[in-house]
Ligand binder design. Sequence first.
Ligand code: NAD
Length: 416
Amino acid sequence: MAAPNPYVSAQKHVDRVGKMLGLDESVIELLKKPRRELGVNFPVRMDDGSMRIFTGYRVQHSSVRGPCKGGIRYHPNVSLDEVRALAMWMTWKCAVVGIPYGGAKGGVICSPKEMSKGELERLTRRFTSEISIIIGPHEDIPAPDVYTDSQTMAWIMDTYSMSVGHSVPGVVTGKPIEIGGSAGREEATSRGVMYVAEEAARRKGLKMAGATVAVQGFGNVGWHAARLLHGEAGCKIIAVSDSSGGIYNAQGMEPEKIMQHKKKTGSVKGFKGAKDISNEEVLELQCDLLVPAALENVITKENAPKIKAKIIVEGANGPTTPEADEILFKKGIMLIPDILANAGGVTVSYFEWVQDLQFFFWTNDQIKERLKEIMTKAFERVFEHANGSKVDMRTGAYMVALKDVARAFELRGVFP
Ligand code: NAD
């Protein structure tokens, strides 16, 4: 069966929640479509002297609440509809945490794993030049996404700066610290996951110290989430997994030691004292907190009835299908949706941008304190909306986001 078109799914959420909120049909129509789309085809000189033509996109969904913000991904499966959906997602994410941005996303169709560093640099610099007519520190601020990283951001920042004749660190976030990056950016998404998990546990009357946790995915988000939930919140990490499979130990495991083992062997499997289990089993374990932090569509109508976690915190984007949402809600499992749960990343990106615009940098403690305040407040608002309307937290989050974007639009009015 073909995967659902992400743009169509994203539009369905807007239709459903827009109608619940009683928004005007024309406003719903506006929110369902990106404001601006740029498609580019451009040449890159390859290492063997040949020239290849690449296709890329930058889509700006909304700039009603502020400049557009969103990552750039390099992947062979990038499509215009995927970029549109991801751009829309960013609009809701920024609104849920109340940071003054609209959503955007970009992508280039390419296979970065098969390209040299030099080819990736030339591709990045040419793509930056192509989209420089719509990006800028006050217009649209890219960030890393799938297969782009702080080095990619450094090239974008340099290319843009060369074209205007002076350094413009605020044109991208997720940069290396040495050229205007922020403290705390790497672990920001996972730290946000921990803060909202703490809020959810409090509402459920569950103690974080000793709470059992299963984490799917041991990459950036999963690893830092396991590390922080264990080291700062005192949780017991009973299972983790990566693309090769999962490991389980009911007594709890130390994430640092799992990471050492993964660095040595290439996977989490075979970790001393733990039992190897399958990826499916990780999701279905008896635990207090389940953190999907790997892929989309992993919690479906097939496995949702078997999930025993009390709280699910979506570290990944889109891990739960709409059918599974319904089943989990009926079972009384509290699910903290991606547009709230993993918004810590874009929040610290916002901090980076603010610091870049002021050329004045904050300490890691200041970052943590401000992130906690924003995530906690956002959780409370979503929780109140969900409880007040007796709907799940995802619907509550969409209610908050759509309400704020629609209100901003109403206040600004229609030009001319
Ligand atoms: P990553 O590439 O660093 O890590 C992904 C992890 O998932 C890897 O450990 C990989 O082995 C594992 N994985 C792959 N297939 C798997 C499978 N079938 N079962 C279990 N594990 C599997 O990526 P990341 O940056 O950690 O991102 C993970 C998710 O979080 C993505 O959905 C991403 O969009 C989302 N996200 C990331 C950030 C961020 O700041 N990095 C912010 C918001 C959302």
